[in-house]
Design a protein around this ligand. Structure first.
Ligand code: OGA
Ligand code: NI
Length: 339
């Protein structure tokens, strides 16, 4: 129900019990101001080999990196974020009909998580999930309001998807796979989650997004100018610097599997803040549901046995959702081969 949306009922003063995370899972615990930080990679750098090496190292060490000089004009980011803001500011009667937990919809407004009814504690966020592939068949289902939303956000998706493809090609080269390994089925599906994190009455007790790994191949996040994203590094949470011009990239579980564990999909979460609303957009590049994902043959041999089982992406997603609501501790564990 649309009445569940945080922005529809929050008075900004009190935090309901169903948003209070158990101690040990709250922000403020195990957070370091950080001497180590998520690497920022300049894609305009002329030395391609060095860029590739930096990407591979960051993906091994952090599972995350930010990119700058990626070719997407700042105006595209600003216009897109303005459109997100306008959308979430629309009167409830304009958006309530988009509320759904049906993942087969090409446009779905929800709050906290698609398993809202199954989770004990909710995330402090409202989200809009937009199917993006193929774009021409999806865009007609996206919000009609605000005016221009479809054009602006559609343009953003096309441009950012391009950045995703070039990063995947650099990763491909860095792993020693044949060119184009990530073109085709494995990256065929794209979905974007646009998140609205309203100002929160008590950021020390709740999370905007709880700890999770992204299940797909790679995620491209527009964090914007307000920090909130934290990455788990050596048992401690480190903040990802908010750089308005940058895109944050993170390795998904399927890329960890394909790379046979060389690249890591790392847990992350989002903290809220008291005074300002935060808007982000995560473009998930992933395989279609019936795609079988396994370690790349070229990376596996007698000295390097496969570390993961082959799995249908749809089955993996069931495990992912069980992990998200806390039924399973480690999402990768059921897919590990004992060596
Ligand atoms: C996600 C995610 C981070 C953010 O959508 O998977 O991790 O800052 N989002 O919104
Ligand atoms: Ni994520």
């Amino acid at each position: 129900m649309a009445e569940n949306l945080v922005s529809s009922w929050s008075d900004g003063k009190s935090l309901p019990e169903s948003y209070i995370f158990p101690s040990g899972k709250r922000p403020g615990e195990n957070v370091v101001p950080t001497s180590k930080s998520v690497p920022v990679i300049d894609l305009g750098h002329i030395n391609r080999k060095e860029t590739i090496q930096n990407i591979i190292e960051a993906s091994q060490e952090f599972g995350f990196f930010q990119v700058i000089n990626h070719g997407v004009p700042r105006k595209v980011f600003d216009d897109t974020r303005a459109a997100f803001k306008e959308f979430f500011a629309l009167p409830m009667e304009d958006i309530a009909n988009l509320y759904s937990l049906d993942l087969s919809r090409k446009c779905m407004l929800y709050t906290s998580n698609v398993d809202y009814d199954k989770e004990e504690i909710h995330n402090w966020r409202d989200s809009l999930r937009l199917a993006c592939s193929p774009l021409k068949d999806c865009i007609q289902f996206w919000p009609e309001k605000p005016t221009g939303y479809r054009d602006v956000v559609g343009d953003y998706v096309m441009k950012v998807r391009e950045v995703g493809s070039s990063i995947l090609e650099l990763i491909c080269e860095g792993l020693g796979l044949e060119s184009g390994h990530f073109v085709g089925e494995i990256s065929q599906q794209q979905v974007m989650a646009v998140h609205h994190y309203p100002p929160c009455p008590d950021p020390s007790l709740t999370l905007g997004t709880r700890k999770h790994c992204d299940p797909g191949l790679i995620t491209i996040l527009l964090q914007g100018d307000i920090p909130g994203l934290q990455v788990l590094k050596d048992g401690q949470w480190i903040g990802v610097e908010a750089i308005p011009d940058a895109l944050v990239m993170n390795i998904g579980n399927q890329l960890q599997i394909v790379s046979n564990g060389k690249l890591r999909s790392v847990e992350h979460r989002v903290v809220t803040n008291k005074d300002v609303a935060r808007y982000t957009a995560a473009l998930f590049i992933e395989p279609p549901r019936d795609c079988i994902v396994e370690p790349a043959k070229a990376l596996v041999n007698a000295q390097n046995p496969p570390l993961y089982k082959s799995a249908r992406y749809e089955d993996f997603l069931h495990t992912f959702r069980a992990a998200y609501v806390g039924k399973i501790e480690d999402v990768m564990e059921p897919y590990m081969l004992k060596t």
